[in-house]
Design a binder for this molecule. Structure first.
Ligand code: ZN
Length: 341
């Protein structure tokens, strides 16, 4: 990168604790955002505008109409084109700031690729919507010694916490074991109010800027914001000596057995199929071989078709999202029939 024009950051730099020195730290910083849905896209928007020099956007999904009420960087055109979120986010945000590097990664963040996707960043931002991904981020953060910031938003409340390996508790100190599937509320079952996402994700983005610049006081607790009750609380998170992750050094989620697996996407009447190992599917070739399917659509990022009331989206890495069922076996058999395992 040549000499960067700092004038776009002028209002940020005149803030006393930031200064030009802080701005240069942001420009030298590298951040990975895991998930670019509601919280992740809000975080990405702020960090790109603030001038974080390198932002990696990791997301496995594509933009859908029911995302738009809370995912403020996407639009109807993204829905119409079926653009993967990571790519759509990168396209929009490059128009906001072309001086920095934005790298979209269309992938499921999983135990096989987690280390590779965050090994070269200074900070990991959680933009996900599920427990497994957060436990996985927690493991990889502890193993590689990288800080991460958790962000959650559901219904009318939001929460945020900053975890720094070796300095305080970790995410697994809060809940030692992952809640069973279906135990937690999800956006699909209890909904979510868009501005709540904006508030808490913006707060987390602010914490990220503080951490990267080294300014202000760090949030050492669990922030909990409730729009309906008009409350903003910070709860202590005690560090547990017997925490499986930071206490006993077990990375159960990072070391999870991987293979070809199907997971029901909570509340969405959809199943994701992930194929272990490195694959590169020839989507055009596959599309030419398909028989008896409807609405076949291929672009460089995905192939999509309908068959027997299901909508099947297949990505070049072999991953698939099958809508119209929450039964992993049905999804696997469709996958086997049309893609082959
Ligand atoms: Zn812990």
């Amino acid at each position: 990168m040549g000499e960067v024009d700092l004038s776009r950051y002028q209002r940020q730099m005149i803030f006393r604790e930031m200064g030009e020195e802080g701005q240069k730290k942001l420009l030298a910083a590298r951040v990975a955002i895991v998930g670019t849905g509601a919280t992740g896209s809000t975080i990405a928007n702020w960090l790109v505008r603030a001038g974080v020099g390198y932002v990696r956007l990791i997301d496995r999904d594509f933009v859908e109409l029911h995302n738009l009420h809370r995912q403020g960087i996407y639009d109807e055109e993204d829905v119409r084109r079926g653009t993967p979120k990571a790519v759509a986010a990168a396209e929009h945000l490059r128009r906001v700031n072309s001086d920095i590097t934005i790298e979209p990664v269309v992938a499921d963040f999983n135990p096989e690729n987690a280390e590779e996707l965050v090994h070269d960043v200074d900070l990991i931002m959680d933009g996900s919507d599920n427990f497994f991904t957060r436990y996985l981020i927690n493991d990889v953060s502890l193993k590689l010694g990288k800080p991460w910031i958790y962000t959650g938003a559901i219904a009318a409340y939001g929460s945020s916490a900053t975890f720094i390996p070796g300095d305080g508790p970790c995410y697994r100190c809060i809940f030692a074991e992952m809640p069973p599937p279906g135990a937690g509320e999800t956006c699909e079952t209890v909904g979510v109010i868009g501005p709540v996402v904006g508030v808490i994700a913006s707060y987390s983005a602010g914490e990220a800027m503080k951490l990267l610049v080294g300014m202000g006081k760090r949030n050492k607790g669990l922030v909990y914001f409730d729009l309906m009750e008009n409350t903003w609380d910070v709860f202590d998170i005690p560090k547990r000596p017997d925490c499986p992750a930071c206490g006993l050094g077990r990375y159960d989620f990072l070391n999870a057995e991987v293979g070809t697996w199907a997971t029901s996407l909570c509340g969405r009447n959809a199943v994701q199929i992930v194929v272990s190992g490195r694959h590169r599917l020839d989507l055009e070739g596959l599309a030419n071989r398909l028989q008896g399917v409807r609405d076949l659509h291929v672009n460089q990022y995905l192939m999509r078709f309908r068959v027997n009331g299901y909508e099947v989206s297949i990505f070049p890495d072999g991953r698939a999202i099958i809508k119209g069922t929450s039964d992993p076996d049905v999804a696997k058999s469709l996958y086997a029939r049309y893609v082959g395992i």
